[in-house]
Structures are given as C-alpha cells and as structure tokens.
Design a protein around this ligand. Sequence first.
Ligand code: HEC
Length: 248
Amino acid sequence: MTKRIHIFLALTLALLVGAVSVQASEGGAGLMSANINLRDQASLQRGAKLFFNYCSGCHSLHYMRYSRMARDLGLTRKEVMQNLNFTGARFQGHAIAAMPEADAEKWFGKAPPDLSLMVAQKGPDYVYSYLNSFYLDPTRPVGWNNTVFPNASMPNPLWELQGLQVAKLSTPDSKGKTEVIGLDLARPGSMTPAQFHAASNDLTAFLTYVSEPVAVERQSLGIWVLLYLAAFTLLAYMLKREYWKDVH
Ligand code: HEC
C-alpha cells in the first residue's frame, strides 16, 4: 500500500513540475510580465473604461455583449450604457467598433483586428508588452513604431497617459545599420511610469477576461466537480464491495 502511495505522489509531482515548466516557457523572449487577477473586479472595471475610451473607436469585441460585461464586472445597466457604450448600441448588443472596417483599412493600411480573442491567441504578456513598447518613428506612415510588433500600423492610443517614448539606437555597424536597444521617455505623460504600468495591466486584464469570460466561473465550478467526483468514487467503491460480497 505505501509503495502505491509513493508511486502516486511521484506521478503527481512529475505532473506539477511539467505544468510549471510549460507555463514558464510561454511568453517568449523579451516580453514584460503582466500580472492578471481575474477576481479583481476593480481592476477589470478600470481596464474596461480604458478600453472603451481609447480602443473601441478602432477595435471591436465581436463576442462580448454589454449586458454580459455588466453582470461579470459588477456594473449596473446605467453605468455601462453611460460610461462604456459610446456607439449607441443596445444593452444586449455586441461591442462593435465605431469605425467601419473598410475605412480603417484605407487609413491605416491594415484593418484593426477584433480583440475578443487577442489574449487567448497571443497571451497577456504579449498584449501588455505591446502597449508599453510604442515609440516615435518619423519613418513610419503613422509616425509610430513598436519594439514588440515592429512596423505595426497602429498609432500609440495611450500616448497622452504614457508620454512620448523614443528609441535608443545601437552604434552603427559596418554597413551603417542601427538597432533599437531600448526606449527612453522623452516627454512624460499624465501618468508616472508606475501608474502607466498599472493602467496597461488593468487593460490587459480586461482583455484577458474578454477572451474567456467564463474563466472565473469555471474555476469555482471546478472545485464542485472535483468534490462530486470524489463522492462518486466512494459510492462506486462501496457498490462494488456490495456486489462482490456474494460472488466469492
Ligand atoms: C486609431 C485606430 C486604433 C486604435 C485607437 C487602437 N488600435 Fe490597436 N490596432 C490598430 C491597427 C490598424 C492594428 C493592426 C496593426 C497591424 O497589423 O499592423 C491594430 C492592432 C492591435 C493589436 C494586435 C497586435 C498584433 O500583434 O497583431 C492589439 C493587441 C491592439 N491593436 C490593441 C489595442 C488596444 C489595447 C487599444 C487601446 C488602448 C488599441 N489597440 C487602439 C488600430 C488601432
């Protein structure tokens, strides 16, 4: 019996180590780490406010209804319709960008992608880093560039909050080429760097919630599912003993 317990413990440990190392290898090189807590409703509310004020002009959340968001984020219908819905959409309607896609493509060369599943696709660290990595670049059509997504055709939507970043360039190599080796804050914005990190983290948290709205519910449901399975296993075991009693 103790041997079996040892094997069981060893297997559990191996699974845990495996899970942790998979998590650690996600994210990729050079990304900043987002710190997402989906149970922090205040953070999600601040993130939603930033999204609808600074992003929803260009980006849609095709899979998100205002009514669902109100329920999950602990907001009233009135709060959502007054503070987050700027397109006149219905409360039950989806969060669709104000800008028609065809126009956006004409203006930016690239239609802004739907952001409903962006975090599920690229991870919270990517989105958080992307929002922090814009810098002025007069050679680009929109005047901005990004170290996480080079030559992105999106202007920095949060520049008033973050301030203006410029690239720190390496010394030119033999062919006269330079590389961006860092970013400097050339002009401060209305937020300090620490405040901006917190704000862009809230925004990333909101987009993480949007990419899987049931995540919070699922975690608390999971505990009940495990309890049910444990109870059922016990029941099945007792039933088996009862049946086999007569067989012998
Ligand atoms: C003025 C229009 C505009 C606004 C405002 C805007 N974006 Fe974008 N965004 C774009 C465009 C255009 C692209 C496509 C860029 C490309 O593929 O070159 C894009 C792409 C993205 C991407 C995908 C990057 C990738 O790796 O493919 C993310 C994430 C994103 N935006 C987040 C945001 C967030 C968050 C906000 C609000 C803070 C925001 N955007 C505001 C126009 C906008």
